[in-house]
Design a protein around this ligand. Structure first.
Ligand SMILES: Nc1nc2c(ncn2[C@@H]2O[C@H](COP(=O)(O)OP(=O)(O)OP(=O)(O)O)[C@@H](O)[C@H]2O)c(=O)[nH]1
Ligand SMILES: [Mg+2]
Ligand SMILES: [Zn+2]
Length: 353
């Protein structure tokens, strides 16, 4: 193994040099286990701990990060001193009712969004994943896996292509190896790919096929069971035999986008383009005159599900923005107070008539 195979580039080399710490070694985080980071170096892997200074800096290293570390002389352990600036960051909003950002992985080039061609197939979920990937500035590819379970899979490929113009859409069947060559080509040497999608769609099965060996546990979907178990529980980075790096991730039951996700206009381009032609710039497409969205819907030129999906994601973004900005929340409260006041006086006026 060498660092270039792992995705090292001249940018990282420069960042490393400018640390001015030639006694440290560069390495890449391949896994994180209970306060221990596993790091691939040019010759081997080592477990590592954070130095107090790096811990105090707040943002912990994640899978895919490039770090500068120093091996301990007397034990098979290293100390992580620095995280090199990230080229890209995949993040989501953490669990229910919480608005914290959770960084999932760093320094990715391409995101494989895996969807099963069974009951898992869901365009609304796909839109979320596309916004996640595009928001992180990543090339995205949709993998429609389990094509062996759906005879008319080419229709699904076409449907997704229409939904996401410019995004490559590949049909795959992990068991028969269909689609694997295209996935391998899309990754390419020295590039880093992550597999994301619901639990049980076959991410680990695909990663194993790419590796040519069963490195990741996989499980019958039925055994994922009512308790909603995930087979893969941690993110892990692997080097492919032919070059390229893949990160397997645990299934995301519910994906909430990070705050400030700027990719919605990109993912919902046809809706946003129409909305730009509404008479009022703050048109809510709810009966205002001169609404281009409403007329497109009435004429069947626009899919109402897309309009609703965008509105829902925009509401989530507004909520997150307010959580992060109390002033915005205050302004919204004042706006509603004013609307209610006006509604009340209007009602009174009507009553008097
Ligand atoms: N029919 C069919 N089954 C598949 C295919 N790919 C994977 N499976 C099966 O789907 C089940 C789940 O696969 P996994 O690879 O464990 O799914 P995963 O996405 O890694 O799931 P998590 O780790 O829980 O997120 C396993 O029983 C696989 O054998 C496929 O192309 N066709
Ligand atoms: Mg898995
Ligand atoms: Zn409108």
């Amino acid at each position: 193994m060498n660092l270039n195979d792992l995705g090292w580039s001249s940018d990282f080399a420069q960042a490393f040099t400018s640390l001015g710490t030639p006694d440290l070694q560069p390495g890449r985080i391949t896994a994180v286990h209970r306060g221990r980071w596993l790091v691939a170096l040019d010759t081997h892997s080592t477990p590592a701990l954070l130095t107090g200074r790096l811990r105090a800096a707040g943002e912990l290293p994640v899978v895919g990060d490039w770090v500068a570390l120093r091996p301990r002389p007397d034990e098979p352990l290293a100390d992580l001193h620095h995280v090199l600036p990230r080229r890209s960051v995949l993040a989501r909003t953490g669990g229910r009712e919480r608005a914290e950002q959770e960084t999932l992985a760093a320094n990715l080039d391409i995101l494989f969004i895996v969807m099963g061609l069974d009951a898992n197939y869901n365009l609304r979920r796909l839109e979320r994943f596309l916004a996640l990937g595009r928001g992180a500035g990543l090339e995205c590819a949709v993998v429609l896996n389990k094509s062996d379970l759906r005879a008319d899979w080419p229709a699904a490929v076409r449907e997704v292509q229409l939904l996401a113009p410019g995004v490559s859409v590949l049909a795959a069947a992990a068991a028969s190896g269909l689609g694997l060559e295209r996935i391998r080509d899309a990754i390419g040497p020295g590039r880093t790919a992550a597999f994301v999608g619901s639990s049980g769609v076959g991410k680990s099965t695909l990663v194993n096929e790419l590796l040519g060996e069963a490195r990741q546990a996989t499980l019958e979907v039925s055994s994922h069971g009512a308790r909603g178990q995930h087979t893969t529980v941690t993110r892990e980075l692997f080097l492919l035999p032919g070059g390229g790096v893949v990160i397997d991730t645990p299934g995301l039951r519910e994906l909430r986008l990070p705050a400030g996700d700027a990719a919605l206009p990109d993912v919902f381009a046809e809706v946003v383009e129409l909305a730009a032609r509404c008479r009022f710039s703050d048109c809510r497409h709810a009966g205002e005159p001169g609404c281009a969205v409403q007329s497109a819907l009435a004429e069947g030129r626009l899919d109402p599900a897309r309009v609703r999906a965008l509105a829902k994601l925009e509401r989530e973004q507004a909520w997150l923005a307010e959580r992060g900005d109390p002033r915005a929340a205050h302004a919204r409260k004042e706006r509603w107070k004013k609307i209610h006041r006006e509604a009340r006086s209007l009602a009174k006026a009507r009553h008097r008539q």
